[in-house]
Design a protein around this ligand. Structure first.
Ligand code: C2E
Ligand code: CA
Ligand code: CA
Ligand code: CA
Length: 282
């Protein structure tokens, strides 16, 4: 992809220089985003398909840019990764998620677990385990309250470091999930060796449930693979009732998506959470 970019530079130099200018501006702003308190986490509920209960939330990063408004991670995470800023950003995300868990606890809104996405550089750095421990200690939470999501490509790029970190996380009681499962290449031998808890079925497969029998077969296969490895399955991108019905029928454990809720700012999530608890008590 890097080479493609370089070639197109020659052919489309005038339009690309515009793009490069924007990129440089964004990069410069991103360097200050943490200290200027412009980063926020939104949280998307995860529902247990067996009990209907809220079992956790996934933390999803947003950047409140002073001129451009709220930017979604696809606009700046790749940039953060290419420039190394992801180290600082990732560390902030961990601290903020841990802090938020305790704040919700104090507001009598018990969120069992918060999932955090990890970038490959965080694993490469060798600092991750220490960072996670520090964030937990600073907030005063146990590992049971955290889940870490890594993609197959992250694991496969740094298999030894990933395995080592994951073992340390397992010892802390943190749940470990493979994100976007089915879109990368993971060796089944690794899957068996890693201390994993969950496979997260990628949105692209879930989206086509009811429309594309091949993708239904993929969902079914992932659910069965997970079961035979003793892992739970989470489906992301559940948008419709019939997606949820299919997944429940096939034995998927947990669902997440717009059908239940979009990612919410922390105070809205707390309100939702209280409303859910009330309605399930009635
Ligand atoms: P992801 O981890 O696969 O997160 C799921 C994405 O799907 C989120 O996009 C979420 O808002 C979106 N989504 C949730 N439910 C639905 C649905 O029903 N339909 C559709 N169409 N989309 C749904 P978002 O928040 O824009 O995040 C995009 C990606 O950015 C994430 O994909 C993740 O890879 C990355 N990301 C987000 N936060 C962080 C972070 O703190 N650190 C790192 N390293 N990456 C992050
Ligand atoms: Ca994720
Ligand atoms: Ca995902
Ligand atoms: Ca994804």
């Amino acid at each position: 992809a890097k080479n493609e970019g370089r070639n197109s530079l020659y052919f489309f130099s005038s339009s690309l220089s515009e793009g490069i200018r924007e990129r440089l501006l964004l990069e410069n702003d991103l360097r200050h985003a943490v200290e200027r308190n412009q980063l926020v986490l939104h949280y998307q509920p995860q529902i247990d398909l067996h009990s209907g209960r809220l079992v956790g939330v996934e933390a999803l990063l947003r950047w409140e840019h002073h001129q451009l408004g709220i930017l979604s991670p696809d606009r700046f995470i790749p940039l953060a990764e290419q420039t190394g800023i992801i180290g600082e950003v990732g560390s902030w995300v961990l601290q903020e998620a841990c802090r938020q868990i305790i704040q919700w606890d104090r507001e009598d809104c018990y969120i069992p677990r918060v999932g955090v996405n990890l970038a490959v550089q965080q694993i490469e750095s060798g600092l991750l385990v220490r960072q996670v421990k520090a964030a937990m200690q600073q907030a005063g939470i146990q590992g049971e309250r955290l889940e870490l999501e890594v993609t197959e490509s992250t694991i496969m790029r740094e298999p030894d470091k990933a395995t080592e970190a994951m073992k340390a996380f397992r010892n802390l009681g943190i749940k470990l999930t493979i994100d976007d499962f089915g879109t990368g290449y993971s060796s089944l031998a690794y899957l068996k060796r890693l201390p994993l808890d969950r496979l997260k079925i990628d949105r692209s497969f879930v989206m086509d449930i009811g429309a594309h029998s091949g993708n239904e077969a993929i969902c079914r296969t992932i659910i069965n693979l997970a079961r035979s490895l003793g892992l739970e399955t989470v489906a992301e991108g559940v948008e419709e009732q019939h997606h949820a019905d299919f997944l429940q029928r096939e034995g998927c454990d947990i669902a997440q998506g717009y059908f239940y809720s979009k990612p919410l700012p922390p105070d809205e999530l707390a309100e939702q959470c209280k409303a859910w608890v009330k309605s399930s008590e009635c």
